[in-house]
Ligand binder design. Structure first.
Ligand code: MF3
Ligand code: CO
Ligand code: CO
Length: 277
């Protein structure tokens, strides 16, 4: 298929351009066994918060109260927030409701009610290593078919993205797997925010878009740690950012969901680091 070749040649040119621009800087990170032990601990701490926080969220609470609970929780595990202060972010975790996609800041005047779609994104630093994981759920549950489709398929997109994280594949194979599920469910794919390498820093190369791009990205190798995080919308993929400079929401006001896991590339299937053991 000639089109395929054109894409490949384009990638080649892009790769060379990038190498010239970045010098010897790698576009991925390979971690040592020792570092991986640290990343495992941080990931498990983040996973604890992700698993236990949702049951503490009650209607009538403010998002600031949730942020406070998250802070106490993170500190009780010997960690600190990996988000607080990151590029000036003022919260402990990110709490995004309904049409908010990501980066919602806890606020005392933002009161939760039953039926709200809540997305929690948790970044924890334990001993200099980072765990980053996210979950979405409806407070009190829901029977709404559209909301259930959004949640089920965003989760499925993450699962399929993880399945594509095997050595020999490229970052693009992860993107492709996520995009396929999103398209099959007719969900909007957020383009402005991506998955990423993670471990010693919150955001390391490579970027992991949730859609196929012209650049296939680096080849996947054992020792790479990736945060895969589809952000999918019931309507448009277009986003707007609030005047707080952080809260990102859908431009049509429809619901958005976000699930995130960190995975360690191995010689075969990936190890899901933020899967609670
Ligand atoms: N949502 C981002 C991620 O999962 C991190 C948030 S950065 C912050 O990679 F500064 F907004 F906290
Ligand atoms: Co995150
Ligand atoms: Co992330």
């Amino acid at each position: 298929m000639p089109f395929r070749w054109i894409l490949e040649i384009e990638c080649w040119v892009l790769d060379i351009q990038k190498r010239v621009l970045m010098g010897d800087k790698k576009d991925y990170v390979i971690y040592s066994e020792e570092d991986i032990c640290g990343i495992r601990k941080a990931s498990q701490a983040a996973a604890q918060v992700r698993e236990r926080l949702p049951s503490m969220v009650r209607p009538g609470m403010s998002t600031k109260e949730i942020d406070n609970i998250a802070a106490a929780f993170i500190h009780s595990m010997g960690g600190v927030s990996a988000f607080l202060g990151y590029r000036g972010y003022p919260g402990i975790i990110c709490i995004s409701l309904n049409d908010e996609i990501v980066h919602g800041i806890g606020r005392a005047d933002r009161i939760l009610k039953e039926g709200d779609l809540v997305s929690l994104d948790i970044g924890v630093n334990v001993g200099g290593f980072i765990g980053d994981t996210a979950v979405s759920f409806v407070l009190g549950g829901t029977n709404d078919p559209d909301t259930l489709r959004l949640l089920d398929f965003t989760k499925k997109a993450l699962d399929e993205g993880i399945r594509a994280a095997v050595p020999g594949n490229y970052v693009r194979n992860i993107s492709e797997a996520v995009e396929k599920i999103a398209k099959s469910a007719k969900l909007g794919i957020v383009r402005e925010y991506c998955g990423h390498g993670c471990g010693a820093c919150l955001h390391d190369p490579p970027e992991i878009p949730n859609y196929v791009t012209a650049n296939r990205g680096p080849q996947l190798r054992p020792g790479m740690v990736l945060a895969i995080e589809p952000m999918l919308n019931l309507g448009t993929s277009r986003v707007i950012t609030d005047s707080d400079g952080w809260t990102v929401r859908t431009s049509d006001g429809k619901l958005s969901a976000h699930f995130e896991h960190m995975v360690l590339m191995t010689k075969s299937e990936p190890e899901i680091l933020t899967w609670l053991k």
